[in-house]
Unconditional design. Structure first.
Length: 248
């Protein structure tokens, strides 16, 4: 134990003072002690630092970005696999793509204020590189790679899950994939039918983890049922069931 503590303090004491605040900010951000601070500084280094002869071609965040991309894909896949047990592979693939696309990753980076601690080469400063969507997305993936190497998959997974839960409404996002309620409404209007009406059949489970069952009626005839963790999700699934029955 004392050897581990000694190694920890030795690594942190060797860190240049200009990077100390960066590491302190990351430790608060990820809520996990950092074992190897140099790994995280590398995760923050934009490739513009390579113009300095003291750095090698592998000293920027690009290798960690490559690793973080794969780790993030697995974490997000795991999240939505368990969040949507009744959805097929096509739905899960499209939802994952929404959660890990460049714009989404850049948003995560903005929430974490990574632009404030990005390490740039001298010539790149003052050009706004730290606000670029692609750079923000890359450095976020590099951060995930660094967490994975420094403290393991569980720490990386916990960090990503907490971040997504805080900043992303996955249910609302999933509704943009295949909006069956809109499709059913369009079908009803095109065929001179009444506007679809949704009714909650029942709801059960504790307050923080309720499940809703909903039916959809068109011209007072039940056309489909669905259940989900929110009324919106259940309505979408009821509309999907109705569309499938209409297509049969």
């Amino acid at each position: 134990m004392f050897d581990k503590l000694r190694a920890y303090f030795n690594k942190h004491s060797e860190l240049p003072s200009k990077h100390q605040k960066r590491i302190e900010q990351i430790e608060r951000m990820i809520d996990t002690p950092i074992d190897d601070p140099f790994l995280f500084i590398k995760a923050l280094r934009h490739r513009s630092i390579l113009a300095d002869d003291s750095f090698s071609s592998t000293d920027s965040y690009e290798r960690l970005e490559f690793l973080g991309d794969a780790v993030l894909d697995l974490i997000v896949t795991e999240i939505i696999y368990y969040e949507y047990p009744d959805e097929n592979e096509g739905f899960l693939t499209k939802l994952r793509a929404k959660l890990v696309k460049g714009d989404a990753l850049a948003d995560y980076a903005r929430h974490l204020k990574l632009s404030e601690i990005l390490v740039l080469g001298d010539r790149a400063r003052g050009q706004g590189i730290e606000f670029s969507k692609s750079v923000l997305a890359d450095v976020f993936e590099a951060l995930i790679g660094a967490i994975y190497l420094d403290s393991g998959y569980e720490s990386a997974s916990r960090f990503v899950k907490k971040l997504i839960k805080k900043h992303v409404d996955i249910d609302s996002l999933s509704e943009t994939l295949d909006n069956y309620k809109s499709l059913l409404l369009e079908y009803a209007q095109a065929n001179q039918m009444a506007i679809p009406r949704y009714e909650v059949i029942k709801e059960y489970g504790p307050g923080h983890d309720k499940t809703f069952e909903v039916k959809v009626l068109v011209d007072n005839q039940e056309m489909g049922q669905g259940k989900g963790k929110s009324k919106k999700e259940a309505e979408q699934r009821a509309a999907k069931s109705a569309m499938q029955s209409l297509e049969d």
